[in-house]
Design a protein around this ligand. Structure first.
Ligand code: ADP
Ligand code: MG
Length: 355
C-alpha cells in the first residue's frame, strides 16, 4: 500500500513546476550566484539543479532530507519576516518519497572534494561517498512520481505543456534574480544537450529580459514604477494563520516596479504575450492583479496583450504566502483597494505614454 509519507509528499510536490520551484528556491536560499538547471527528456527522466552556493554542512547530512528538517528557521522573527523562500523542511523529504533522488555537495571553496548523499524513501541517509565536486550543491531528481502510477501517466501525457509551464517559471526566476546567472538545458534521449536559455550574473532585469525573450522586446517596453497608498488596516487577513500579527507601524505603501508594454507600439508589431508577477521578488500567481493589468491595457489597445514584468514590493505583514503546502497561494491585504489603486495608476501611466 501507499505510505502516509508518500501521500503527503504528493501534496507538496504536485508537478514538475513544484520540483523546479523548490530546488531553485533552495539554491537561492544558499546564496548561489550561478544556477544550472538540466532536464533530461523534458524532466521525465531527470531534473538536476546545480548551484555554487554554501553547500550542506556535514553535520546536517543525516537530517537534510528528514521530514520537517530545516536549517533556515532560527527564530519566530525569521518566520514572520519570511526572509528565506523555504522553511517547512518538506521539499527534500518529499522528493525522496517520490523519485530516485540524490544530492552532491561541497562546502570548501578551493577543494575539489565533495560528498554524494543517497537516501531511503523515508528521507533517512543511506550512504555517503566521496566524489569530485566544486563548492555548491547539486540535487538530482530522477523518475519523478515513479511510485504514483496515475500521476506519472498524467505527467507523461501532458509533459509538453508541463515543461512549458516550468520554462515560464524559470524565466520569471531568471529575470528577477539579477545577481544570479541561470543556465537551463534539456537533453532528449540519444540527442545532444541543448541550451534552452541563459542569463548573465549581475545584469539588469532589462538585460535578462533581452537574453530570454530577445532584444527586440525592449523597445516595446516602458518602465513600470507605481506607488500605491493603502489605508491602514487592522483587519486580519481572511484565512490567514493566527501567527500573522498586525502592527500599527506596518508600512501601507505598495511599490509596483518593473516593465510593461507601451499602450500602442508600432504598426502590426506584436509584443510577446508574457506576463510575470512577483511579490517581494518571489514569482507568484496573482490572478486578480493580472486581470486588473490586462483590463487597463485593453482599454488602450484592444488588439494585443501586454508583456508584464511586475514586482509588488510590500510589507511582509501585508501578505501571507504559507497558507498552502506548495506555497503558491498568496493572500494580500486590502486586495480591493489595491486593485482599484493599480487601475488608477496604470491608466495614468498609459495616458502619459499614449501618442
Ligand atoms: P527548507 O528549504 O524548507 O529548509 P528543504 O527540504 O527544501 O527544506 O531543504 C532541507 C534543508 O536542506 C535546507 O534547510 C538546507 O539546509 C538544505 N539544502 C537543501 N538544498 C540546498 C542547497 N541547494 N544548498 C544548500 N543547502 C541545501
Ligand atoms: Mg526548500
Amino acid at each position: 500500500g501507499r505510505s502516509i509519507h508518500q501521500i503527503q509528499s504528493g501534496q507538496v510536490i504536485v508537478d514538475l513546476c513544484s520540483v523546479v520551484k523548490e530546488l531553485v528556491e533552495n539554491s537561492l536560499d544558499a546564496h548561489a550566484t550561478s544556477i544550472d538547471v538540466r532536464f533530461k527528456n523534458h524532466g521525465l527522466d531527470s531534473i538536476e539543479v546545480q548551484d555554487n552556493g554554501e553547500g550542506i554542512n556535514p553535520d546536517n547530512y543525516e537530517t537534510v532530507a528528514l521530514k520537517h528538517y530545516t536549517s533556515k528557521l532560527s527564530s519566530y522573527e525569521d518566520l514572520s519576516s519570511l526572509q528565506t523562500f523555504g522553511f517547512r523542511g518538506e521539499a527534500l523529504s518529499s522528493l525522496c518519497a517520490l523519485s530516485s533522488f540524490h544530492v552532491r555537495t561541497a562546502q570548501e571553496k578551493d577543494g575539489s572534494k565533495g560528498t554524494r548523499l543517497d537516501f531511503e524513501t523515508s528521507g533517512k541517509l543511506r550512504a555517503t561517498s566521496v566524489i569530485a565536486s566544486q563548492k555548491g550543491t547539486t540535487v538530482a531528481v530522477e523518475d519523478i512520481f515513479r511510485n504514483l502510477p496515475v500521476r506519472r501517466k498524467e505527467l507523461e501525457k501532458n509533459v509538453k505543456r508541463e515543461y512549458g509551464k516550468v520554462l515560464n517559471l524559470l524565466h520569471a526566476y531568471a529575470c528577477i534574480s539579477t545577481g544570479v546567472r541561470f543556465i537551463v538545458s534539456n537533453q532528449m534521449i540519444k540527442n545532444k544537450k541543448v541550451t534552452v536559455f541563459s542569463t548573465k550574473m549581475n545584469s539588469t532585469t532589462k538585460e535578462n529580459i533581452a537574453n530570454i525573450y530577445g532584444a527586440k522586446t525592449l523597445p516595446a517596453l516602458i518602465p513600470l514604477d507605481l506607488t500605491l497608498e493603502l489605508e491602514p488596516s487592522n483587519a486580519p487577513i481572511q484565512g490567514a494563520r493566527s501567527w500573522r500579527m498586525q502592527s500599527d507601524t506596518d508600512s501601507r505603501e505598495v511599490q509596483v516596479v518593473g516593465h510593461i508594454s507601451r499602450p500602442v507600439f508600432g504598426e502590426g508589431r506584436q509584443t510577446p504575450d508574457r506576463q510575470m508577477f512577483f511579490v517581494n521578488s518571489r514569482p507568484c500567481a496573482l490572478p486578480q492583479v493580472t486581470k486588473a493589468f490586462n483590463e487597463v491595457y485593453k482599454s488602450f489597445n484592444v488588439s494585443q496583450s501586454p508583456f508584464i514584468f511586475a514586482n509588488l514590493e510590500l510589507d511582509t505583514n501585508a501578505y501571507d504566502v504559507n497558507v498552502s503546502p506548495d506555497k503558491r497561494t498568496i493572500l494580500l491585504h486590502d486586495q480591493t483597494t489595491l486593485l482599484e489603486n493599480i487601475k488608477t495608476s496604470l491608466t495614468r501611466l498609459f495616458e502619459s505614454h499614449d501618442q
